[in-house]
Design a binder for this molecule. Structure first.
Ligand SMILES: Cc1cc2nc3c(=O)[nH]c(=O)nc-3n(C[C@H](O)[C@H](O)[C@H](O)COP(=O)(O)O)c2cc1C
Ligand code: SF4
Length: 166
């Protein structure tokens, strides 16, 4: 826990109450001997005590694919808002996670690469206009792995949104 706690304490000491401090944490490590969800549930309250305002749990999907299950586990352990991320591009799933109290906010990764306008389309009820992320990870994570600019196989304009605005 020491690295995260010392970083958070140093930021809070330097910034006082002038900023909202968000911390992203992966709730369990896949590698053999890696930390567990039980470790995370000890760590998260310590982070809040050190000055974190919002926790971002990535991924927050449970071991059997249950939506926002790991965010929900963290939410039980802290009083600050908790973000669920991973697979939240499906509006019904995101709304269910919020309604069921599993999280306070949802975040999107790849869906915003596939369609940067997802939030406004959802807000305006234009669900049929969304360019859907098919979760193939080919051009986004794939680009990152290959060391080339990231994009989306379903949207040739991805990453070039500024051209449309010009
Ligand atoms: C190209 C790419 C880069 C990412 N970089 C980071 C990163 O630096 N740190 C991080 O915590 N997550 C990173 N992520 C993970 C996303 O923030 C997100 O948690 C993950 O893709 C799962 O959410 P999703 O199903 O909405 O994509 C990255 C994802 C992609 C596709
Ligand atoms: S390349 Fe695949 S996973 Fe990545 S944003 Fe596009 S559809 Fe989603």
């Amino acid at each position: 826990m020491r690295l995260g706690l010392e970083i958070v304490r140093a930021i809070r000491a330097a910034a006082g109450d002038r900023l909202l401090l968000l911390y992203r944490h992966t709730p369990q490590e896949d590698a053999p001997g890696g930390y567990s969800l039980a470790d995370t549930l000890q760590f998260m309250p310590e982070l809040v005590h050190a000055g974190v305002d919002v926790l971002d749990i990535s991924p927050s999907i449970g071991p059997h694919g249950e939506h926002a299950a790991l965010a929900a586990a963290v939410k039980q352990a802290v009083s600050v808002p908790v973000i669920a991320v991973n697979g939240m591009r499906e509006v019904a799933r995101a709304e269910a996670a919020l309604r069921e109290g599993k999280c306070d906010l949802v975040a999107l990764g790849r869906q915003l690469i596939a369609d940067a306008h997802w939030p406004t389309k959802v807000r305006d009820g234009r669900l049929g206009e969304i360019i859907a992320c098919t979760e193939c990870s080919e051009a986004c994570f794939g680009g990152l792995r290959r060391g080339v600019p990231i994009g989306c196989v379903n949207n040739p304009a991805s990453g070039k949104e500024y051209l449309a605005q010009a």
